[in-house]
Design a protein. Structure first.
Length: 382
């Protein structure tokens, strides 16, 4: 007599730690990590749709794309991503889709644009692909541009304008205000009250500095922005920075974009959305021509700041460029060469030409918009 078959026991839940490794490594790791649960399998499918197309990962055996073309469209994938992942992961996946794998449907398909979350990465993608869009898609893309520009303006404008609320003068002030507290003068004035045993300085006479408005004379700020494809982030932040600086007392702002030609965008500075939709990314670069144009805008050389935002890969005449920079510096203008102007300020540029421009008297570096505003405010207060 055979024994009755026992009822199957409950299927054990997958280990969360092993599931995470399986999601990272892909199906080749399944024999070591075990199978995925239902939710994790859905996330794995979404990750596979995107990262399975990376040939380097396949060669290293990290992930392996399935055989044959996928029936999942960009719209389907985006729906899955928004359902399966947290917001910060969604933004990373969308960024990789458009920037790493060039899946243009993310920003050229109306159904996708209606769902996608506005982000700087998608704004960069829109600017790179807007020439592929029909009028209907352009209208949807413009809404995405408006949303991201609104976010950037809300975040950057207060920081930029704070730099122009007044700078410290050397004159002492009788008005005690924490913002005007002069640390060094206070230490010097109270050294007699230092207690070495307690390693403590008693403050009996705090010192404060007066503040003076830096906008006593009219200055010009001329932003020359390289619109080659590698400078997309800097173009966006230049537009927002120019809009934030526009209308400040004593400061007249110009915004000029260039590749092999030069386009004066100053008339659109107050509308950074319209300005960005006019920018044509890509093409060659003639930096010397742009700097010559900027030099022609100067009214008073000693009250002019020329900001050149570029990667310094010159497609024009580098000797002419260095010569013009040297002439600007000699006449008293301030020249600032920026290899990056964005939130990260991570530069990638031709160091040899940048060094030649620095040797000609320009200040060369990389800045966030707030750092640029502080630099300009400091020059205006002199």
């Amino acid at each position: 007599m055979t024994a009755p078959a026992s009822a199957p026991g409950p299927v054990p839940s997958p280990d969360p730690g092993l599931e995470r490794w399986r999601l990272i490594l892909g199906s080749p790791a399944e024999r070591h990590t075990g199978c995925l649960g239902t939710a994790a399998a859905a996330r794995d499918s979404a990750l596979e749709w995107l990262y399975g197309r990376d040939p380097e990962q396949g060669e290293r055996g990290i992930r392996r794309a399935g055989d044959g073309p996928s029936a999942v469209t960009a719209v389907d994938w985006l729906d899955d991503v928004h359902r399966l992942f947290p917001r910060e992961t969604i933004e990373r996946l969308e960024r990789d889709a458009v920037e790493r794998y060039g899946i243009h449907e993310i920003v050229t398909d109306p159904a996708v644009l209606e769902r996608v979350q506005p982000s700087p990465a998608l704004l960069r993608a829109v600017l790179r692909t807007k020439h592929l869009m029909n009028p209907q898609v352009l209208r949807l893309a413009r809404r995405l541009v408006e949303a991201v520009v609104r976010q950037l303006m809300a975040r950057l404008t207060p920081e930029i304008r704070r730099s122009f609320t007044g700078t410290r003068s050397r004159r002492p002030s009788l008005v005690p205000h924490s913002r005007n507290f002069d640390f060094h003068a206070t230490v010097r004035a109270n050294l007699a009250h230092y207690q070495p045993e307690q390693r403590r300085l008693l403050i009996e006479r705090p010192r404060f500095s007066s503040r003076t408005r830096p906008h006593l004379e009219q200055w010009q700020l001329i932003l020359l922005v390289d619109q080659s494809g590698s400078m997309t982030g800097s173009v966006i932040h230049s537009a927002v920075t120019a809009a934030a600086l526009w209308g400040l007392p004593g400061l007249r702002t110009h915004l000029v974009a260039f590749d092999t030609s030069v386009v004066d965008l100053t008339a659109d500075v107050t509308d950074p959305v319209e300005l960005l939709m006019r920018v044509q990314l890509g093409g060659g670069t003639d930096i010397a021509r742009a700097v010559d144009y900027g030099a022609g805008l100067i009214d008073n050389p000693r009250r002019a700041i020329v900001v050149l935002v570029t990667d310094f890969y010159e497609g024009g005449d580098p000797y002419r460029l260095v010569r013009t920079v040297r002439q600007l510096v000699a006449q008293g203008s301030t020249v600032l060469g920026l290899a990056a102007l964005d939130e990260d300020a991570v530069p990638a540029y031709d160091r040899e030409l940048a060094q030649e421009i620095a040797d000609a008297g320009a200040h060369v570096g990389a800045m966030t918009p707030g750092m640029l505003a502080a630099f300009v405010a400091e020059r205006l207060s002199r």
